[in-house]
Design a protein around this ligand. Structure first.
Ligand code: AMP
Length: 426
């Protein structure tokens, strides 16, 4: 058996590949990133790109020591003479905030809107919609804590999925308050869970000391059972007046803009530096437990990384999950595009001429040529297989008088054009 790709990874394949499904069609991926680019750049976001691997410490501090990502899912990079000081990035935010601090981007007009897309790596249990190398589109805004920035961030995430054609998307919106509010909430959770310690999963026993809020995120059935039984009050009940006002403003702006959302008290992002707004984007096509994407405000992250105070907010969605949602809704993606013009020479001596013509046409239109001489029948068949719109045959006569007889592969229309007219071809 030939070598296979690693478990939990995918090849993104060209159109027409025999084993193609939507979530591995390279052109579908590009359609998502191009759509995101259009929407986000219209709103003033600039593209940023950071390394695929970063200092382990950045990831630990940036994602949080109590998260599953850091505790169980990090891919460590080893190379000769090194002892694993680098990590393949599991998400985009930490690297972007690091780049912002390291490169003095604070000097640019604030708030600074950035976006990126690319692969992320987590050593997860592989299942549908859960990969070890997956891809995200990521939007981050640095330098403002205004609720208007939060509203725009949520709205832009919805704009991207709407522009892609998705309809059945729900925004679940929450707030996790300010650090003091969370401290009060964590004390409440500790008091609530401590008498039931033995019923918590091992992970959650650990979470109880490190960061009790993460228990609410637990995937374990026994934990979920206990949560229901204890009727745990939501974080939203513990918001202080400032966080509550911020959350109210955010909802007001979203309503003004007709962005639908449900306030969902179960949304928790329990990291130290997360603050206030947190949300998820859900779609029934990818399953109730799996979000299409999520976002949150992280005003404490810059300080966590050793920088000054820089409020920030960001979101990411998984491209693979988005493609599954598009498939579930039957949204049609752009059709494969063949060449506009396919040129073939009828005899060997005219092959270089056909090639030169096609190369000239490539300056203006999608043009391909046959690398060897062909009979008319097989040239047309080849043009059709490649999805060409126009096929042109070149014999000695055409080469001598600078004209081309073209056939439209869809309508059958035939016409003779001069070489100079090729750039007007449609
Ligand atoms: P997170 O950074 O965990 O909030 O994830 C943001 C989004 O990335 C999720 O909502 C998913 O769409 C996607 N995502 C996260 N982990 C995976 C994974 N292992 N496989 C595929 N997509 C993922």
């Amino acid at each position: 058996m030939a070598i296979q790709r690693p478990k939990g990874t995918q090849d993104h394949l060209p159109d027409g590949s025999p084993k193609l499904s939507t979530d591995i069609r390279a052109s579908a991926f590009r359609h998502v990133t191009e759509t995101a680019q259009r929407v986000l750049e219209r709103a003033g976001a600039q593209f940023i790109s950071t390394p695929l691997f970063e200092e382990a410490d950045l990831v630990k501090r940036g994602v949080g020591g109590s998260t599953d990502i850091v505790r169980k899912e990090m891919f460590t990079v080893y190379y000769f003479g090194d002892h694993g000081g680098f990590i393949l990035r599991p998400e985009g935010t930490a690297g972007i905030v690091r780049a912002y601090l390291q490169n003095g981007l604070k000097q640019l007009p604030a708030p600074l809107k950035l976006w990126t897309h690319g692969p992320m790596f987590r050593a997860e249990n592989v299942q549908k919609g859960r990969l070890r190398q997956f891809h995200q589109v990521d939007y981050e805004v640095l330098g403002s804590a205004d609720a208007l920035v939060d509203a725009e961030a949520v709205a832009l995430m919805v704009d991207v999925v709407r522009e892609l054609g998705l309809k059945n998307v729900r925004v679940k919106l929450g707030s996790i308050g300010d650090p003091d509010d969370r401290e009060t909430y964590n004390t409440y959770l500790r008091d609530l869970f401590s008498p039931h310690l033995e019923r918590l999963s091992d992970d959650s026993k650990d979470r109880l000391t490190r960061n009790p809020m993460r228990i609410l995120d637990s995937k374990s059935a026994e934990d979920q059972h206990l949560l229901t039984e204890l009727k745990v009050r939501p974080m939203l009940d513990f918001l202080g007046p400032e966080a509550a006002a911020h959350f109210g403003q955010l909802q007001g702006y979203l309503k003004d803009w007709n962005i639908e959302f449900d306030v969902d008290p179960s949304i928790v992002r329990g990291l130290d530096y997360y603050r206030r707004t947190a949300w998820e984007l859900h779609h029934e096509g990818v399953g109730a437990k799996s979000a299409l994407g999520g976002g949150g405000r992280y005003d404490g992250l810059s300080e966590q990384l050793g920088g000054p105070v820089v409020p920030g907010i960001g979101w990411a969605f998984g491209i693979e999950r988005l493609l599954l949602a598009l498939e579930a809704e039957g949204v049609s993606l752009p059709a494969p595009r063949g060449p506009l013009l396919y040129l073939a020479a009828l005899d060997e001596e005219n092959v270089p001429y056909a090639a030169t013509l096609a190369r000239k046409a490539q300056a203006f239109i999608r043009a391909e040529f046959a690398y060897r001489a062909m009979k008319p029948g097989s040239a047309f068949k080849d043009a059709e297989r490649r999805g060409a719109v126009w096929a042109g045959l070149i014999g000695s006569e055409e080469a001598a008088n600078g004209t081309l007889s073209l056939k439209n592969m869809q309508s059958g229309e035939q016409k003779v054009v001069r070489v100079e007219e090729l750039r007007e071809l449609q």
